[in-house]
Design a protein around this ligand. Sequence first.
Ligand code: AMP
Length: 281
Amino acid sequence: MTIIEDPLKLISLLKKYKTKHKKMGLVPTMGALHEGHASLFQISAAENDITIASIFVNPIQFNNPVDLEKYPRTLDKDIEILEKAGCNVLFAPSQEVMYPSRPLIKVDFGSLEEIMEGKFRPGHFNGVAIIVAKLFNIVQPDNAYFGQKDLQQYLVIRQMVKDLSFQISIKACPIIREADGLAMSSRNMRLGTETRKIAPKIKEALDLGTKLLLQYPPTLVKEKVKDFVANVSELELEYFEIADSETLAPVNNVKEHKGIALCIAAHLDGVRLIDNILLIS
Ligand code: AMP
């Protein structure tokens, strides 16, 4: 695997692949890699000739400085995971090279960011859109891979690609979970031994919501799921939403929607965790 920090060097390497008409897949990450990320590299490696991963902890998408400071950084282990998963190129630029100065552009995704992550992390998707657009312009891949784990992020990127005519296919990849149901996340490694045992309650809340939706209207399901989480004293719920899986509009009547997403964010032991389940009819 070739490791490159300088965008110009990456561009010149990729030019060689492009002239040979190699199909290229990009997987943007913030590092602290786990099997969830590895699944994205593997899918890309199966669908492309060259897989490029990026590792960059993007400061402008963090609205909480403590979260940014505590974000795990494990580059040596990451390189092992990338090589095992069939990644060909790692792009790991410095903050200075990506942001010689703070970008002035502001991106607004309207109704797509009025709830959930967009609502609770003001400016988050502006930061995500800027870094992903920069990576798209540097790499110019054929395909780019994103996890369903960050459903709203996937929808926002898909919208950006449509609105700005990027010639890139955006692919959503399924959520990879631990054996007890907890969605894999770089943030999980910040949980203590005892709180780690509580973390699967987040997925249990989603499963409960899914089951209750068969019987009750969404407003009542939301209340019951919130009660369930409130009974787990260590968990502090930030949101639980039942939304259209394409537009993220709130779901009032299940029958009116083809796809429904149950989405949750909760704090546990000072760590913010998110998860979701998609129900497609
Ligand atoms: P991150 O490094 O957290 O920014 O994640 C990089 C990419 O990996 C994003 O597209 C995430 O949605 C995806 N990802 C993170 N965790 C998982 C998981 N448990 N399963 C599948 N994809 C994931």
